[in-house]
Design a protein around this ligand. Sequence first.
Ligand code: PLP
Length: 466
Amino acid sequence: MASPVAVKDLYDSYINPGMAKLHHLMGLSAGELRGEGSLVYDEDGRRYIDCVSGYGSLPFGHRPGPVLEAVRRQMDRMALSSKVMPGRPVGELAEALAGWTPGDLQYSFFCNSGAEAVEGALKLARAVTGRPGFVAAEGGFHGKTFGALSVSGRQRYRAPFHPLLPGVTLVPFGDVEALKRAVSQETAAVILEPIQGEGGVHPAPRGYLTAAREICDRAGALLILDEVQTGLGRTGMPFAAERDGVVPDVMCLAKALGGGVMPIGCFIARPEAARAFWEDPLIHTSTFGGNPLAAAAGLATLDWLQREDLPGAAAETGRWLKGEFEEMAKRYPGWIREVRGEGLLLGVEFVDEARGGLVMSGLVEKGVLTAFTLNEYRVVRVEPSLTIDRGLLIQVLEAWDAVLGYWCGQLDPGELEATGWEPDRQVLGPDSENGGESRETARNAGKEGDGNAGGSGEGVVRRALA
Ligand SMILES: Cc1ncc(COP(=O)(O)O)c(C=O)c1O
């Protein structure tokens, strides 16, 4: 029998050659085959410790038994909804969320992803207020559909798609005065992340969310908190809004809500905001949103998170892990600039992207999966499952130390160029408002013909760490 086509060739020919290059550059050309808890095995039988967790969507790691079991039970009864009858699993999930989220957040709308949750929340804010405008934060990330992208703060992702939603003002994150100046009688909502995850793991300064709440109340605008990444225990508390004791008008959730088994998103609103969709309940709908399988996964997830106090466990493990990374930062000051974050949403900021990239691909070689944050490539996230055991985290720390120790001893800054590890410049292109230069650079990188990722990054790292 002919051997199957290599997965990297399938990506190269049928998905996106740029993505194939990125995988190659990271040394990740073999396909992922199997996941078990915090471990992933590839088609060549290599084992990796997963410190990305599907960008935070695997609170219990891969294939968590209780969630799988709940989904299997539901599958045996009914998988997808008729859409015309009410469904018990989704009703009970909404009830459970109302019980756990802060304050009087009560009415949920279910969809399938974080971006869709944000879309719905933005629409709700316009319907409630009759106003057009939104204020959002530079560096913020809310997804890549048009509305969500319009309130996201990275030019690289915005530039090729103008015109975006009109009436959006971006302000520096954490600057109360700038927020005050931007919010007006035209503002439908302010949308913020309590901790900017993809922006490079930046917690909001203490008091910022409280100030945002007051500014919104004075202006009659809604406060939307996007907890798609920070919610459901990731930051060491059930919801990161609780850092400031703030109750938003609308909260967006997704990722962890599916327990690492089903895709699901939702926004949950206070009654005063939610009522805007009551008169015509079909004004905002989703065919797959709130389907019985995803709802069953959500219910099992909330039950597990609360029963075993996993937010508390994430706080404790995260405190220890952050301390370890801070110690490491002291050992490699020419490489690591800062360690930030709370709970198990940690970010290690490198002095530049090249160093971060080298360390990431070195970690792959050592069997540890990491990824940079989408809006800030200098920051490598440390985002394992909330249930990861310390033994594995010690192996992760040892791998980081070995890779950093190796490169620190080997490279002058000038030699970095020669490694070929310049993902931003060579594969993805630099940030620019018009996007032209970045597309040109990406095209040129794509022309290099032999499948080698615009340089010899993988080769260098493999040779060095073998
Ligand atoms: C805060 C936040 N909001 C929204 C999204 C978009 O979620 P999705 O990728 O499920 O559309 C993300 C994804 O990383 C996110 O971190």
